[in-house]
Design a protein around this ligand. Sequence first.
Ligand SMILES: [Zn+2]
Length: 638
Amino acid sequence: MSLILISPVSESQLINKEPLSTRITGYDIDARLDPEEKTIECSMSAFWVNQTSETVPDIQLHLYMNAFKSNKSTFYKGTSESKDKTVYGRIDISSFTLADGTDILPLMTFIRPDDGNPNDSTVIQIILPEPAAPGDTVTVSIDFVTKLPSRIRRTGYNGDFFFVAQWFPKFGVYEPAGMRYRLTGGWNCHQFHDHSEFYSNHSVYNVKATVPDNFVTGSGGMVMDESDCSEDTAFKTVTWRAEDIVDFAWTAWPGYAVHTDQWNHVNITLLSPPEREDQVERQFTAVKNALDYFTENTGPYPWPHLTFVDPPAKGSGSGGMEYTTIFTSTSATGLPEYIHMPEMVTVHEFGHAYFMGILATNEFEDPWMDEGINSFYEARIMDHFWGENSGMLDHRFLKVSDKIIARSSYVYSPNRQVITNREYSWNYPAGTYSMMSYHKASVILFTMMGIVGEETTDNIFREYYKRWAFKHPAPQDFFNVVNDVVKQDHGDRFGQDMNWFFDQTLYGTGICDYKAAGISNVKQDTSQNFNPTTDSLYNCVVELQRLGEIMLPVEVLVHFDDGREVMQSWDGKDRYKSLSLPSNTMVKWVKIDPEYKILMDVNFVNNSYSDEPDRVPVRRFINKFMSFLQFFSASLIL
Ligand SMILES: [Zn+2]
């Protein structure tokens, strides 16, 4: 039985009753793995439908695997990956035809839209013999061989371990004028950079993979069939089907142990090395917690299947990546329960495979929308289920929340002011990509939540899901949702819109730093004209300062000698602010943002000022364990 033969570009639904996304692209791939040569021989039929009202003269496709073709590729020019130990990978196309048999291979040219690097061959363009009119479907048949690289980012082989990703010619996204605010229509098809991820239409996949009989496989698709290969009984053919996902990846390794679990309508499969039995339950718990959280706070997980992979040590280069409905986690045998690393990676990657895969933002151009929003959810989920102060580490001598890790990575980065989140991912200066895309962006979202509240934040993301699922939102689309929901929940309490917030935080390079600078308690002269029932004994003044460029509304807690506390609001705009608080008792201490709502504030220690320094409630542990945290977070690129 081979369901793939029903139609090369099957329109019928096999997984979900109705398509979740507009049918723009689809791929039928027949792949055969050669485990000795480390190659995959493929024949593919793929379609692109011109769903726009524009006439399109060409098609553009990614050949991601060519990033690993030589050390002169754009990927290698930007990477810190070792160039010596890698066996290179590549993709070679031997036949390229249109549905009517027209040979278009001679029309194929390599283009370098981002950097003009003549040695980069990760994007191809074909000027079609006839332009694609609105409504036209361009169907292509391509024969190609993918040579997998060894131990490289996200994809490749090690011995008999294979993780097959970015492995087939893949359409870019044709964006008509107006989509994501672009002025003229055109293909969005960037080269593969060291610091860039992906952008793709949601697609239908029918993939047949022929692999040696003893290999255990997994993919982002649902298994439709698994049977002996007709030509060679030492091989078997697995048939997968996937709908409405942005990329298709698969893995094969004889050593996998297969574990299954169920969450509501979702069949969950975990492939992991047999010796990591002790980590299996932890990872299923993490996935199910994340499913609960995202479902409640964003929107439903629409697929009935989910696969995740805990790669063996020799495949660890493929750990921590996502492809919608399949992702890779990471763990280690005997890893103590108090280190929540496997849970964190699982929650993070699942966030991509779920929420981010549904939104499918342009990760090349706006990495913060993917990594930043996802890191924000990762931290919320970790701290929610594993303890507000112990989401990452829960040891009796040391507890660390996931939120604090994100903040530390941003606050203690020497590069926190060098660039804005407006830049494309590959333009971030060396060493700043993860801080900017993950940590700063996550801290910005926590700060937004501190200002507008948790309930409004959840309303924002529910609305964001509802409006933009399967539609590729741009940053302005997200801001528009924020503006609408904040207005609906709070009226004009924060102004006409929240653009002032994003302009400063995401698109500025300034920092936020508020300081409590002094207290004075001047006793009134009670000898003349003093009325004890209406006049205050002290003229108390609290001095506040804004040291950074960013202006955010803050709360100020003032504590008096008699234990009384008063919470004041400050719009945070002036450089210097004196708060006058006439009182019969003296002010003892003052604290700006006592609940740490403004997570962007780069220095919490100076938020407090006291006449008696030993009574100031500051979080000194942040400094104490800083080196540990930096080590911990620097090792994570997810
Ligand atoms: Zn990520």
